[in-house]
Write a protein that binds this ligand. Sequence first.
Ligand SMILES: Nc1ncnc2c1ncn2[C@@H]1O[C@H](COP(=O)(O)OP(=O)(O)OP(=O)(O)O)[C@@H](O)[C@H]1O
Ligand SMILES: [Mg+2]
Length: 161
Amino acid sequence: MSHAGNDNGDFTVPLPDDAATQALGARLARVLEPGLSLWLCGDLGAGKTTLTRGLLRELGYGGRVKSPTYTLVELYPFSSFNLYHFDLYRFVDPNEWADAGFREYFSDTSICLVEWPEKGGDLLPEPDIRVRLDILDAGRSAHVQGLTEAGRKCIARLSTP
Ligand SMILES: Nc1ncnc2c1ncn2[C@@H]1O[C@H](COP(=O)(O)OP(=O)(O)OP(=O)(O)O)[C@@H](O)[C@H]1O
Ligand SMILES: [Mg+2]
């Protein structure tokens, strides 16, 4: 699989099918640490939940990974951290952040994955890693970017596909 990168460690990778999207999620799972947050960007159906599914499976979660479209967030508790999977597509009122205590979910002991971060407004903390999924004629392509020192270190540890 080709792997186009640059000095910052950012890279673009082709994802020919659903399994490839899950495999990228699994690669990320092996390097993520508590305290990190990831934004999953891309159109409806781009593969954001699919990537999350691969990531959770690699972490050992054997249950069903539901899209949090209606609940806004799903919690996956692991022994040493909580993983929160957000989908902010239906998020309308930024005050909901405060009311629901979402801000406290972003902590040293949690990993946060956020679909549709664009809908979260100013209150959403900046991510350590941003994954953008683009829909191609066949399959998808992913652009992975480290936005903080911690995020870049994490990406540098990624295994080659
Ligand atoms: N690399 C890929 N190539 C082709 N199909 C894919 C790929 N990755 C995921 N898919 C398929 O795309 C469909 C939509 O995926 P998914 O639900 O993960 O998208 P999403 O980005 O979470 O969408 P939404 O914005 O609606 O939450 C699924 O049927 C999934 O199997
Ligand atoms: Mg989704």
